[in-house]
Design a protein around this ligand. Structure first.
Ligand code: SAM
Length: 161
């Protein structure tokens, strides 16, 4: 596979998994958490498909496209290793949907990070809430779901509390 193939698989998988997760959790109240704003493409997708929903973005430093930059009130700035525990104190276990796309190009490093961040993500999800991730996560209380049509195995993962 070329890097272009991998990139395309990641993009189509993100869209398929996010569309599935938004539909599955449509009846739930509670905020959405986007972990890793980057260029803001997935944030823009969530915002356009869920108008009026509260979407909080966790990011070290905002550098997104101007069309895809959340209001400062919805930016939670800093390292997620610190901001996720703070968010648990602020919000409690209420997130309807959490999307994580925090990784870079090094898959081994991404896996190490996913192991560290998983226990900080799990308690933020509401009962029945879904977590979508570009990396395999390491949860002890969440159920991994089958991928929706269009998603490529290994490029996206979905978990339910
Ligand atoms: N999903 C985004 C999009 O569609 O444009 C791309 C996200 S990009 C691959 C990953 C982002 O996660 C980067 O902007 C990076 O700064 C952020 N990030 C990575 N590790 C982080 C950490 N420990 N704390 C906060 N943000 C982090």
């Amino acid at each position: 596979m070329t890097r272009l193939d991998l990139f395309i698989d990641r993009m189509v998988s993100q869209r398929a998994c996010l569309d599935f997760a938004m539909a599955e959790t449509a009846a739930m109240a509670g905020p959405v958490f986007e972990l890793g704003l980057g260029n803001g493409r997935t944030y823009h997708h969530l915002r356009e498909r869920m108008p009026g929903r509260e979407i909080y973005v966790f990011e070290r430093a905002v550098a997104s496209h101007p069309d895809s930059t959340p209001d400062p009130a919805f930016q939670i700035l800093g390292d997620v290793m610190e901001t996720l525990p703070q968010a648990l104190g602020r919000f409690g276990p209420v997130a309807r949907l959490i999307h994580a796309d925090l990784g870079g190009h090094n898959r081994a490093k991404n896996d190490v990070f996913a192991r560290k961040v998983s226990p900080l993500v799990q308690p933020l999800l509401a009962e029945g809430g879904l977590m979508v991730s570009s990396d395999r996560m390491y949860f002890d209380g969440l159920q991994e779901l089958a991928l929706p049509e269009g998603a490529v195995p290994g490029r996206c993962f979905i978990y339910r509390r």
